[in-house]
Design a protein around this ligand. Structure first.
Ligand code: ADP
Ligand code: MG
Length: 370
């Protein structure tokens, strides 16, 4: 994300702080309406509440907006920012001293890592198992080969379609099940490299929520570059409304979902991509083919209590494609999901969400029954 563009985005987010993705008008309306449409009576009530504290952070290659209500909010958000920066310094593939860089630079040899790094890797392996390898953090050499290295905000991206022999060669070094975890010691097979881009913001989301909790905050909206977590309710006691971006027109949303103590996390093909020969290539790679995952889904949103799970699963559902993702949702009632198929032909919504979703522009959806 270029910083100039991102700044405009963050200004928007300061107003609405609610979009699963970039800021957009409709979402702004959705959440700003909390302020602009409240009755005089509830305005009076709100004025008795403490002012929301807001903090914007640039980390993990994205702009983040943290908004919290309560007496300790300022202190809590300061701590949250420190924690996000700490996690970035561990997880970044670009910073030379990060745990991940150390692991990648010495693949074949054991590396002792911070407990946060160990936990994130362990969770990624667990979800790799759950998703039949759709989530595979060892896909990194291919991510880089396509030019989608994460954390590269200061440099122009070097997108390219790799030659087939290179893709085949890298595919030989992909397989999350070959990561060896022994306590805090991580060992990769030689030539392997990992990246936590698919789970880092989700991990950070949970860490921030924990800090807010410890500070007694019971109302907050945190937006880590489109990875949203709604803590408690809004000060007027209504649920938070989070917009899900329209993958074909990112100035719009397809719907908004009302949530409370839940993460709303989207993986889409419209955030990082390039076009070559009239075809679009994006940053989520199918570990089976080495190509951008193109299995029918253009946007997968997962809603649930854990940011880490939702982040990992949104990437995985995107990779799985329509049929497998629907099957997965049928088996996992602990999460809700909104799946959008190619050209927005269909929108699938899990049954747990139907009471809490408002569609835009008369869009229709099919329910995934469980
Ligand atoms: P975003 O970072 O845009 O929120 P995701 O959470 O879906 O999106 O993560 C995408 C990132 O994860 C990519 O930029 C890349 O670093 C990494 N990645 C790409 N494909 C996979 C995959 N199949 N499994 C695990 N990580 C992946
Ligand atoms: Mg993800």
């Amino acid at each position: 994300m270029k910083k100039g563009i991102a700044l405009a985005v963050v200004l928007g987010m300061l107003l609405c702080g609610c979009s699963a993705g970039q800021n957009n008008d409709k979402t702004s309306k959705a959440d700003v309406s909390v302020q602009s449409q409240v009755s005089e009576e509830s305005k009076k009530e709100e004025s008795k509440l403490p002012e929301p504290e807001s903090r914007d952070v640039f980390a993990m290659d994205t702009y983040m907006v943290l908004k919290a209500y309560g007496t300790n909010a300022k202190k809590a958000l300061e701590q949250a920012e420190t924690e996000i920066q700490r996690l970035e310094s561990l997880f970044s593939v670009k910073l030379r001293d990060s745990d991940i860089s150390k692991i990648n630079a010495t693949s074949g040899n054991p590396v002792t890592v911070n407990v946060s790094t160990r936990t994130a890797i362990a969770k990624a392996i667990e979800i790799g198992d759950m998703t039949d390898g759709a989530l595979d953090i060892t896909v990194y050499p291919l991510v880089r080969e396509w030019g989608f290295t994460t954390g590269d905000s200061d440099n122009e991206p070097s997108y390219k379609i790799p030659e087939q022999w290179l893709i085949d060669w890298h595919l030989g070094n992909v397989g999350y099940d070959r990561i060896i975890l022994n306590g805090n010691i991580v060992t990769l097979p030689t030539q392997f490299e990992i990246d936590l881009g698919s789970v880092a913001k989700g991990y950070a989301t949970d860490a921030v929520v924990q800090i807010l909790d410890e500070n007694g905050i019971d109302s907050a909206l945190i937006n880590l570059g489109g990875n949203v977590y709604a803590l408690g309710r809004k000060p007027d006691n209504s649920k938070w409304k989070v917009g899900i971006q329209n993958p074909l027109d990112t100035d719009k949303v397809i719907c908004s979902v009302s949530v409370e103590n839940q993460a709303v996390i989207t993986s889409g093909n419209y955030e990082r991509f390039f076009e070559a020969d009239g075809k679009k290539y994006w940053h989520i790679i199918d570990p089976k083919t080495g190509y951008p995952a193109d299995n029918g889904i253009i946007s997968a949103t997962v809603i649930g209590s854990s940011g880490l799970d939702c982040d990992a699963l949104s990437t995985a559902l995107f990779v799985m494609g329509t049929e497998k993702a629907i099957d997965f949702c049928k088996k996992h009632k602990e999460i809700d999901a909104v799946l959008v198929t190619k050209d927005m032909e269909k929108i699938y919504v899990t049954d747990g969400l139907t009471k809490n979703i408002t569609m835009e522009d008369d869009l229709k959806y099919e329910v995934i029954k469980r």
